[in-house]
Design a protein around this ligand. Structure first.
Ligand code: AMP
Length: 174
């Protein structure tokens, strides 16, 4: 299977969503195709190798969908990073700039044991602000960021510069 082709054919461009000028990368066609969805999950696990991480962090909301089956296949736990005000217990919070606005994300303070190896998973790497803030939250929580896996990288936004210190695994780059 040509994974890049499979992914590219199943991510739909939606112009002017959620704001004029933004081309939204809609992964729902990929998620609806069980073969493609499974191949993506398997590719993340194969890239890093089972037993190499303790926790998978998924970023709300589409990151959750990818990160949960990745965690299951890794034999790792799942930890949510959520938008402000959604997590019930004590949190660390981190504000950052987004391609379309500003955002604050949070993680539970007790999400990790000290030194746990953590892989961050999301659908799209755009400006890299979200991933960078998530990595900061993991570190503040005592985790050790093993890497970042994303389905798609928007190279024209140069998000890599924001996560230059991370091991970044991208399945397709546009
Ligand atoms: P950024 O912080 O700019 O890298 O943005 C990444 C986050 O925003 C990810 O959680 C993505 O789900 C979402 N995102 C940003 N830009 C897009 C886009 N063009 N299409 C789909 N999702 C996007």
């Amino acid at each position: 299977m040509d994974l890049q082709k499979v992914i590219l054919e199943r991510i739909r461009d939606v112009p002017d969503f959620p704001k004029p000028g933004i081309v939204f990368k809609d992964i729902t066609p990929l998620l609806a195709d069980h073969t493609a969805f499974a191949a993506v999950v398997d590719a993340v696990v194969a890239h890093h190798g089972r037993g190499t991480v303790d926790k998978i962090v998924g970023i709300e909301a589409r990151g959750f969908i990818l990160a949960a089956p990745v965690a299951y296949h890794f034999g790792a736990g799942f930890v949510p990073v959520r938008k402000r005000g959604k997590l019930p217990a004590e949190t660390y919070e981190q504000a950052y700039e987004l391609e379309y606005g500003t955002e604050t994300i949070e993680i539970h303070k007790d999400a990790f044991r000290p030194g746990e190896r953590v892989l961050i998973v999301d659908d799209v790497l755009a400006t890299g602000g979200t991933a960078r803030a998530a990595a900061e939250l993991v570190r503040r929580g005592g985790g050790d960021v093993a890497g970042l896996s994303v389905l798609m990288e928007l190279s024209f936004l140069n998000g890599r510069a924001n996560v230059a210190d991370l091991d970044v695994h991208t399945m397709v780059t546009v």
